[in-house]
Design a protein around this ligand. Structure first.
Ligand SMILES: CC(C)(COP(=O)(O)OP(=O)(O)OC[C@H]1O[C@@H](n2cnc3c(N)ncnc32)[C@H](O)[C@@H]1OP(=O)(O)O)[C@@H](O)C(=O)NCCC(=O)NCCS
Length: 166
């Protein structure tokens, strides 16, 4: 078998595993930190959160910090905090080799269920206006654009604020 065919087979096998519910979404535990930081660094360059920031989310009572695990491999994470009766997505990232297999969607759905149980009716987020893939993903998840916040990020890039009603 040619190497690129073998790679294609591995990818479709992985998709099948995710689709067949072999993926688990669960709350973050400190033992996951090393893997989360790796995913973070490979997903966000200058905006990458530190270990310290992640541990802060873990300790904050009003934050939901979840991870996705596929056959024991930590493949993604999502953090969402609640303030003023609104949910706010702080960050989400899926390991580059595990993207487009439904992991991001599973993390968002878990978060939506959690927020609904807590009677939260609004979920918002900011995404770089230059992150067209991210914006496409959020639109697919049912978020709509609210407004643009100029100079939102450290490098001066604007953010698109998006909202979903639950
Ligand atoms: C954004 C991100 C979390 C999406 O995770 P993912 O696991 O690749 O997404 P999924 O496979 O779960 O996709 C869910 C749905 O969104 C769609 N989608 C994903 N990326 C998309 C895009 N760029 N444009 C349009 N739709 C998109 C998928 O087709 C899928 O639709 P379906 O349910 O009809 O099949 C992932 O790409 C990532 O980590 N990106 C880098 C970090 C980042 O940009 N985070 C967001 C910053 S706010």
């Amino acid at each position: 078998m040619r190497p690129h065919n073998a790679l294609k087979d591995v990818k479709s096998l992985f998709k099948m595993i995710v689709e067949n519910q072999k993926m688990k979404v669960r709350k973050f535990s400190p033992a996951d930190l090393k893997h989360i930081v790796e995913i973070e660094r490979s997903s966000f360059a200058i905006d990458a959160f530190s270990k310290f920031t992640f541990m802060n989310f873990y300790y904050k009572r009003k934050c939901l910090f979840i991870i996705a695990e596929v056959l024991g491999v930590i493949s993604g994470y999502m953090t969402t905090c609640i303030a003023n009766e609104k949910g706010h997505v702080v960050s989400i990232a899926v390991s580059p080799s595990h993207r487009c297999k439904g992991i991001g969607k599973a993390l968002v759905n878990y978060t939506l269920d959690h927020l609904k149980k807590s009677s939260i009716k609004i979920l918002e987020l900011e995404v770089r206006t230059t992150n067209l893939k991210g914006i496409g993903f959020w639109k697919k998840m049912g978020f709509y654009p609210l407004n643009i916040i100029s100079h939102y990020y450290h490098d001066g890039t604007a953010a698109l604020k998006m909202r979903k009603l639950l």
